[in-house]
Design a protein around this ligand. Structure first.
Ligand code: SAH
Length: 230
């Protein structure tokens, strides 16, 4: 099976590239895509750069040009739920865009006409992830992830996102990748390890925990890849 694995930052895919052995680098559409064989699958690996636009470009290329049959996102996020501590893993049940605002026309926050406010990730990949978590003895949280083109480092913004979308974690790429996959009809899965708690100390925590949290997420994603049927 052709499986795309993407992150937003180099640090999020480095642990994956370090584990897969030899790979080929292909330049396309302003980015580098790494292809290799791993666990009987063909992998396409890339980091998009930060935010909704760059992540949408990379996800689109992975679907359209590389023919990905499933897309797994691995990365870090700011935790909202009090149950989530730094280093904990959350998989998105659904994702939304917290910075979409056309409420002046009577639409709810996050809603774009002819789109959906929440996009659900693939149930089969989520149940596979739950099995992997049990076998690895890891606690895997499931919840709503809110995406926007903002690094959230404020308790006020964080609680607004929590109250408006009932979100458990926030980041800057998940919902745009979800939107691409929904439109290309490619099953997708978004996994994030918590790097910070999106409040006053978020940038310091992020810098301190990016690498370790990205590695937690990457290790889990590779374990999932090993179990995906061919
Ligand atoms: N330090 C980087 C910027 C990181 S932006 C630089 O200077 O280049 C944060 C990245 O991690 C995004 O890709 C986002 O998806 C995720 N993320 C982690 N914590 C976040 C938070 N509190 N708010 C928004 N995104 C967050």
């Amino acid at each position: 099976m052709k499986i795309a694995i993407m992150g937003a930052m180099r640090e999020e895919i480095d642990p994956i590239l370090e584990s897969v052995g030899t790979y080929t680098a292909i330049e396309h559409a302003g980015n580098i895509f790494y292809t290799c064989s791993y666990a009987g699958h063909e992998l396409i690996i890339a980091y998009s750069k930060i935010g909704k636009v760059f992540s949408a470009i990379t996800a689109s290329v992975m679907c359209e040009r590389f023919g990905a049959q499933a897309l797994l996102f691995s990365g870090v996020a700011g935790g909202i739920s009090k149950e989530l501590n730094i280093g904990d893993l959350i998989m998105a049940s659904t994702l939304c865009q917290h910075d979409v605002d056309i409420v002046a026309f009577g639409h709810p926050y996050g809603f774009i006409p002819e789109g959906t406010l929440m996009i659900e990730s693939d149930p089969a990949l989520r149940s596979l992830a739950s099995e992997v978590a049990v076998d690895m003895g890891i606690e895997l949280y499931e919840g709503i992830i809110a995406t926007g083109d903002q690094f959230v480092a404020s308790s006020e913004r964080k609680s607004w996102i929590q109250q408006t979308f009932n979100a458990d974690a926030l980041e800057m790429e998940g919902a745009s990748v979800a939107c691409v996959c929904q439109n290309f009809d490619v099953p997708f899965f978004v996994l994030r390890a918590i790097s910070d708690t999106a409040d006053g100390g978020a940038s310091e925590d992020f810098d301190a925990f990016l690498k370790s949290s990205a590695a937690v997420s990457a290790t889990f994603i590779l374990e999932m890849v090993k179990r995906i049927g061919h």
